[in-house]
Design a protein around this ligand. Sequence first.
Ligand SMILES: C[S@@+](CC[C@H](N)C(=O)[O-])C[C@H]1O[C@@H](n2cnc3c(N)ncnc32)[C@H](O)[C@@H]1O
Length: 285
Amino acid sequence: MSERGGEWDWAMPDAGKLPAEIDTTKPSIARVYDWFLGGKDNFAVDRQVAEAALKIAPGAKEAGQQNREFLQRVVHHMAAEAGIRQFIDIGSGLPTQGNVHQVAQEIDPSARVVYVDNDPMVLVHGRALLATNGSTTVIQADARDPRAILESDQVKEFIDFSEPVGLLMLSILHHLNDAEDPAGVAATLRAPLVSGSFVAVSHFCNPGEVDPAASQQATTVEKVFNENLGTGRWRTLDEIMVYFGDFELVEPGLVPLPEWRAEPGLAVRNSLLYHTYYGGLARKA
Ligand SMILES: C[S@@+](CC[C@H](N)C(=O)[O-])C[C@H]1O[C@@H](n2cnc3c(N)ncnc32)[C@H](O)[C@@H]1O
């Protein structure tokens, strides 16, 4: 019997016929995140990690949702306010509701999106997506090799680097540890972008003395993530700022996710996670 969290709702082989590279005995970042978002594409091993994190940080599901809402607001801003028509989404995750291509193509159906993720399950989903959307593609690639991403056939085919690009690195850089040089990865991916391009980042944050209780919680959840997933870095605001390089932050800057151009009334201040998840959008002048 399948260990999967719910009904099959897309063209995935049944559990016995999963592609060999999908390992259901080890938790995967994409599938743990899927569970936090209420998705069905996760296995018992993923749910154990998610539930352990939830015990320490009861607001974790809400925080995941706030990250998705941030994604939708930054993509909408880039597409509707700044006319961006091509996006590269690094560490895109499993498709859920309000994906980048859906938000962008609501503004312009011809907007192009390249999803990049190293989780094989994302690629399986991507194949199903490709059958219905010719402006969107998915590649399985590792963010730790950003040059290979930029030189891939799909990026070359879908992205015109003489025009502005929206580069998304949402909740991915905190899954690169310091030795994997996330700042270098971000710099390499920003390098070919022309004036008028954007980079969006969301990232786990350790607020330190700004919010000692949240800081302590961040340290404890960081331990759970690292013991089970082998990744997860709650960085300081100064460390996160580096990922924008010389791009200029648009208002309101690097802020807790609910504060980024949210509809009035959306900001949630009572969660301990409030100061542990930041996001921002910056434009190349
Ligand atoms: C927490 S999810 C974020 C999904 C989406 N960007 C969002 O913000 O809603 C992080 C994603 O990054 C992917 N990821 C982690 N490390 C990666 C790497 N080295 N290269 C590419 N993708 C990676 C995971 O597989 C996962 O799908």
